[in-house]
Design a protein around this ligand. Structure first.
Ligand code: ADP
Ligand code: MG
Length: 256
C-alpha cells in the first residue's frame, strides 16, 4: 500500500489538528475500524469515500466520541478525547458534526436552534448568541427563515441551518457525514456551495460524501475506505485519474 499525502506534508508538522493512531473498533464480530491511522492538518479538507458499510460513519462518530474505540488513540488539537461529562460536551463543541438527517430541534425556531448550543455549552450571553446566530444564518443564506420552524424549511435550507448551528459553537473541525444524501437533487448544490465556501475560509473539514465533484474541487486529500480499513489516500486528481488499489478502481468504476 502506498500512502500519498502531499498537502499534509506541505503544512508544518506541528499543525496536526486531528490525529488517529492505530484505532480499532468492533461491532460484535465485525471489525468495523481496523488499524486506522489518519492525521488531519489544520485547514485541511479531507474527503472520505468508500462503499456502504466500510466504516465511514463509524470513523466520523469516533472522532466526535459518539462511538467509543477499543484501542489506539484519537487526539483533537493535541488533547485526547474525554470520556464523558463537561469535557466531552466541550469536545463536541470543538468538533462540529453535520449528519445526513439534519437533526434540528423540531420545536425550536431556526434562530433558537442556532443559539441553543452557544447558551448551554459555551455559556454565551443571550444577545451575543443571537447576533452570532443571525450572522451565521446570513452566511449560509437562510436569514429570512430565522423565525420559522424546521419543518417549514426545505431540506436544503434545513441542512444549511444545521451547518450554521455547528459553526455557532466555533468548532476547530467540522465533520460532515453524507450531508447531501437525503436531499432532493435540486438542493444538493446550495449545501455544497456553503461547504465550498467554508473550505475556502480555511475550516478544517472531514467530509464523507458521494459527491465526486465536491471531492475534486474542495478536497486536499481523498481517503478511500473499504472493510474498515483506509485502503488508499491521495490528492484528488491522482486518486480519480490513477487509483492504485483494485478496491478503489472497482468503486470508482461503479460511481463515475
Ligand atoms: P458506512 O458509513 O461506510 O456506510 P458504517 O460506519 O455506518 O459504514 O457501518 C460500518 C458497518 O458497521 C456496517 O456493516 C454497519 O452495519 C455496522 N454498524 C454500524 N453501526 C453499528 C451499530 N451501532 N451496531 C452494530 N453494527 C453497526
Ligand atoms: Mg455512513
Amino acid at each position: 500500500m502506498t500512502e500519498v499525502s502531499v498537502t499534509k506534508d506541505a503544512l508544518p508538522a506541528t499543525d496536526d489538528l486531528v490525529v488517529l493512531k492505530n484505532v480499532n473498533k468492533h461491532f460484535g464480530a465485525l471489525h468495523v475500524l481496523q488499524d486506522i491511522d489518519l492525521t488531519i492538518a489544520r485547514g485541511e479538507v479531507v474527503v472520505v469515500i468508500g462503499p456502504s458499510g466500510s466504516g465511514k460513519s463509524t470513523l466520523c462518530r469516533a472522532i466526535n466520541r459518539l462511538e467509543s474505540i477499543e484501542s489506539g488513540s484519537i487526539t483533537i488539537d493535541g488533547k485526547p478525547l474525554p470520556e464523558e461529562g463537561k469535557a466531552l460536551a466541550r469536545l463536541r463543541a470543538d468538533v462540529g458534526m453535520v449528519f445526513q438527517s439534519f437533526n434540528l430541534f423540531a420545536h425550536k425556531t431556526v434562530l433558537e436552534n442556532v443559539m441553543l448550543g452557544q447558551l448551554k455549552v459555551r455559556k454565551a450571553d443571550k444577545k451575543e448568541a443571537e447576533e452570532k446566530a443571525r450572522g451565521l444564518l446570513d452566511r449560509v443564506g437562510v436569514s429570512a427563515q430565522a423565525d420559522k420552524y424546521p419543518a417549514q424549511l426545505s431540506g436544503g435550507q434545513q441542512q444549511r441551518v444545521a451547518i450554521a448551528r455547528a459553526l455557532a459553537m466555533g468548532p476547530k473541525v467540522m465533520l460532515f457525514d453524507e450531508p447531501t444524501s437525503a436531499l432532493d437533487p435540486e438542493m444538493i448544490n446550495e449545501v455544497l456551495e456553503v461547504m465550498q465556501q467554508l473550505a475556502r475560509d480555511g475550516m478544517t473539514m472531514v467530509v464523507v460524501t458521494h459527491e465526486m465533484g465536491f471531492a475534486r474541487s474542495a478536497a486536499n486529500r481523498v481517503v478511500f475506505m473499504a472493510d474498515g480499513r483506509i485502503v488508499e489516500e491521495a490528492v484528488p486528481d491522482q486518486f480519480f485519474s490513477n487509483p492504485r488499489s483494485d478496491r478503489a478502481k472497482d468503486f470508482l468504476s461503479k460511481i463515475l
